[in-house]
Write a protein that binds this ligand. Structure first.
Ligand SMILES: Cc1ncc(COP(=O)(O)O)c(C=O)c1O
Length: 395
């Protein structure tokens, strides 16, 4: 059978061991193909139920609920731990990835006295801003090329948000690396423990499907926890929360990275999103994601390259995360036309990158086939030239 035919994509779906998971998500609009799970994942039905229950619990238990709620940041962290090769007690959920990066970077600079911080210019903006800001505040040197630095604090994404390239998870001797695993968690196998990784942060609203603005996580290897102190001294990180007269004396464990009151209701969604991901199994998810991005690349080569598209994602599967990025000189209008005229939802990163995200919990092989078929027809017919090319606020 022709491996680029729709019939073959249907066969792959029939034999997909994860196919049943799709039914466990809210899928609104039959015709729409959602390829933006690498930005905002879909809503799991069980999360909707658990969120309703959490709201009701607030209504009935009121302040008494805190006896249990207080442990949720750690509990949700423990649910994420097996997905990133961490141990129980090494992951804490709360705040945004941005704030967590600030906490870990500030703590590492205080503890290890690095005089240099380095972050590539291609890194996600917030990662650069946090290091740029800390460099300015503390008078340390900022570098954009970590090439030959020996004693520095580094921030590095495991999967590049723009190109989808998967980096090698390896510590650099003499340096402290904070890994940003936002585009990797739930999509690729990560073993922070085996790699000897010390610090990491990541989002939960992408492949973990925890919802818009859901709290992020931070990871601190056990051995380091007692040595690092959050630059935000808050009462929730205090050893004895209600001993209000004492001066700041942080918890001995990862809870010292808490600052203010945890956002209980969204934390429930993080725990459930991580639970479903673990149930599917990260090995099976990675295998499916690789097969699907492989199909995407093959269809690109056959149909899209002749139309002026260029692949920005590595062809080598071992160097690829779970999204595929296509560059095109008219990328913005093509992206708009896909959404407005072809009911395919990708996203766009300036200046010319169209990102197509594969979320193996709910993306089908036929979704990929149909999306690329709609894309090639649309561009071949010049339909993208009919859309308004005014830049949008959110892309
Ligand atoms: C790689 C990466 N790091 C950090 C962030 C920022 O996360 P937050 O909005 O939770 O601070 C994002 C957001 O998409 C991201 O993709």
């Amino acid at each position: 059978m022709d491996e680029l035919s729709r019939a073959y994509a249907e066969v792959l779906d029939e034999h997909d061991p994860l196919a049943g998971f799709r039914e466990r998500f809210v899928i609104a609009g039959d015709e729409t193909i959602y390829l933006d799970g690498d930005s905002l994942g879909r809503l799991p039905l069980s999360t909707r139920e658990r969120l309703h229950a959490a709201i009701d619990e607030w209504g009935t238990r009121l302040v008494g609920g805190w006896d249990d709620w207080i442990d949720l940041p750690l509990q949700a962290g423990d649910a994420i731990a097996p997905l990133i090769g961490a141990q129980a007690g090494e992951v804490l959920v709360g705040e945004s990835t941005t704030v967590n990066l600030y906490k870990l970077a500030g703590a590492a600079l205080d503890a290890f006295r690095h005089r240099v911080v380095a972050v590539a210019e291609t890194e996600f903006p917030t990662d650069r801003y946090i290091l740029e800001g800390l460099a300015a505040q503390r008078g340390v040197e900022l570098r954009h090329d970590a090439g030959d630095v020996e004693d520095a604090l580094l921030v590095r994404s495991l999967v590049d948000y723009r190109t989808g390239e998967l980096a090698e998870l390896r510590e650099r001797p003499g340096c402290t690396t904070i890994w940003d695993v936002s585009h990797a968690v739930g999509a690729v196998e990560i073993d922070l423990g085996a790699a000897g990784a010390q610090l990491a942060v990541g989002c939960t609203y992408k492949y973990l499907n925890a919802g818009p603005g859901a709290p992020a996580f931070l990871y601190v290897a056990q051995a380091l926890q007692g040595r690092l102190r959050s630059p935000i001294w808050g009462w929730m990180g205090q050893r004895d929360l209600f001993s209000m007269e004492r001066s700041y004396d942080p918890e001995p464990d990862i809870r010292r990275f808490m600052a203010g009151s945890p956002t209980i209701i969204p934390l429930v969604a993080v725990e459930e999103g991580a639970r479903i991901t673990a149930e599917a199994g990260i090995g099976a998810l990675r295998a499916k994601s690789l097969a699907q991005t492989e199909l995407l690349v093959a269809l690109h080569d056959a149909w899209l390259a002749p139309l002026g598209f260029e692949l920005a994602t590595p062809r080598d599967g071992t160097r690829r995360g779970s999204h595929v990025t296509l560059r095109h000189a008219d990328g913005w209008r093509i992206c708009r036309a896909l959404i407005e005229r072809a009911a395919v939802i990708p996203d766009f990163r300036r200046p010319d990158a169209i990102r197509l995200g594969v979320a193996p919990l709910y993306t089908r092989y036929v979704d990929i086939w149909d999306a690329l078929d709609r894309l090639r027809r649309l561009v071949a017919a010049g339909e993208h030239e009919l859309v308004d090319d005014t830049p949008a606020r959110i892309t």
